[in-house]
Structure formats: C-alpha cells, structure tokens
Ligand binder design. Structure first.
Ligand code: HEC
Length: 254
C-alpha cells in the first residue's frame, strides 16, 4: 500500500494546499492523498480544492462545511462556495462518506463522540445529527465572519487601527453592536430583517427601515397602516385612532 498523506481542513485554501503538497514531496505515483473533511469554506478557491481531490483520486470524508453546503445552508461564505460549484461536483461531494475505516486507521472529520464507534454514530442520518450540533456553531462562525469583515472594513477607514486594537473599535461600532443590542433588548417583541433573533410570536411592529423615508410614506398609507411594520403586529393599536385617522385621510394623503 502506498503511504498516505492525510490533510485536514483545507477550507478552500487551494494555493496553500499546493504549497503544502510541494513541501511534503507529494507524488501521486508513490503517495495516496486523504482529506479529513472541510475541503470547502472561507478560502477563495473551494472548487479548485474539490477538483484537485477528484483529480488525485484522494480519499475524502464529509466535514461539517460539506454538510452545510449539501443542506443549502445560507451564509455569506456558503452562498459563495455554492456559486463556485456545479451540479456534478455537488453530486460527487454528496457521495463522500462520513468516515472511512481500515484496519489501521479511521478517517473522520471532527472525531467520534465518546463511547460511540463511527458505525454507531452513523446509524441514523448522521449528517442530520451532526448538522444540528453544528448549526449553532455555524451561526456563531457566520457572525464571527461578519465581524471579521467589518473589522477589515473599519481598519481601512482613515482612522486606521488604534493602539488599543480593532476589538476596541468593534466595541464602539454601531453596526456591530446594533444587532447584538437588538437581540438582547428588543427581539422578544420586535422583528427586524437584520436581527440574529426573532420572537416566536411578534407582539410589536417590524422595525426594518424604521424612520426611513419609505417607512414614513408607509405610515401614511392606508394599505399599510395595519400591516406588520406599523400597527398590525400590536395588540393595542391595531385598528386604533391613528390607524382610523390614516384610513380616513386617504383622499388628502394620496
Ligand atoms: C415587551 C415588548 C417590547 C420590547 C422588549 C420592545 N418594544 Fe418597542 N414596541 C413595543 C410595542 C407593543 C410597540 C407598539 C406600540 C406603539 O406603537 O406605541 C413598540 C413600538 C416601538 C417603536 C415604534 C414603532 C412604530 O411603528 O410606531 C419603536 C421604534 C420601538 N418600539 C423600538 C424598540 C427598541 C429599539 C427596543 C429595544 C431596545 C424595543 N422597542 C423593545 C413593544 C416592545
């Protein structure tokens, strides 16, 4: 058997993968490549990594990012990865197993839960189970990615990076803090398109675009006044005086 070269978590970093293969003296005639999942993700060339794996007849197992891709999980990164792929590659990724067992080793992404074997962990739709476990993780990754992108954006601003570091800038950045504060103090009643959390049953107006020109125009629109952005979602004000007023003023406001 050819010696195996195991590589984990390439995450779309194709050029670095080439560097690694060169540095390790990889030669397909003499070595077997094996990828430990998460070939795709934030790096710029997920597709090229997957194509390389196929070209080299590498052993591959699915990681949580392949699971996310196959399940159509939407995030800035996953939408980009998805756009890079085509049907054929997606179908190939779908055929990857969760684990590969040989007498000498088990190839699996992210380990096996204590007390389980890969076979028992794989019993009932393992990717579903693992996806559930990783969904909150993916959400956290996504918000960390957003913050990282925002930090880069702010670092390019004229003020640059202060001596206290970018974290201190993010702490004062309303675009970063807004959704957090909203989640903590407002999302038990209100919805908002940019909010990371929403109430099960909204009891207050949807605040997306609140105070904008379009919002004010809608406030004076009899067709919208009882809608979710205005008084439709509220217990007290639906069909109340303000709503009646707007509807009566129709000819004047139109
Ligand atoms: C306990 C529920 C609750 C929480 C929490 C809450 N609100 Fe409200 N809010 C309401 C209700 C109900 C209304 C509608 C009553 C009204 O329009 O006077 C409202 C109205 C508003 C309005 C006016 C919207 C409109 O269409 O007139 C704004 C703006 C607003 N809230 C912002 C916030 C913000 C920001 C937070 C978090 C800091 C927050 N609210 C937290 C219940 C809540």
């Amino acid at each position: 058997m050819k010696p195996h070269l195991f590589i984990g978590d390439v995450q779309g970093c194709h050029d670095e993968l080439l560097d690694l293969l060169a540095a390790s003296g990889y030669d397909r005639a003499h070595h077997q490549l094996a990828f430990v999942g998460d070939l795709v993700n934030r790096g710029p060339k997920s597709r090229a990594v997957v194509e390389l794996a196929r070209r080299e007849s590498a052993l591959v197992v699915r990681g949580n990012h392949e699971d996310a891709l196959l399940r159509g999980h939407s995030s800035v990164t996953m939408d980009r990865v998805h756009a890079e792929m085509d049907r054929d590659l997606i179908d190939w990724i779908r055929s990857w197993p969760i684990f590969i067992r040989t007498p000498d080793w088990i190839l699996v992404h992210g380990g096996i839960p204590p007390g389980e074997t890969p076979e028992s962990a794989d019993k009932d739709d393992p990717s579903a189970k693992r996806f559930e476990a990783s969904e909150s993780y993916l959400k956290a990754v996504e918000s960390a990615e957003r913050e990282a992108e925002r930090a880069v954006e702010l670092a390019h601003a004229p003020a640059g990076i202060p001596a206290t570091g970018m974290l201190s800038v993010l702490r004062r950045d309303s675009k970063t803090q807004g959704p957090r504060l909203f989640k903590r103090y407002c999302a038990s009643c209100h919805t908002h398109a940019d909010s990371p959390a929403a109430p099960a049953e909204p009891s207050a107006p949807d605040l997306t675009g609140f105070g904008s020109r379009a919002w004010i125009a809608g406030l004076l629109d009899p067709a919208k006044i009882d809608g979710p952005q205005y008084f439709g979602g509220t217990q007290k004000h639906k069909g109340g005086e303000m709503s009646e007023f707007v509807k009566e003023q129709k000819p004047v406001l139109a």
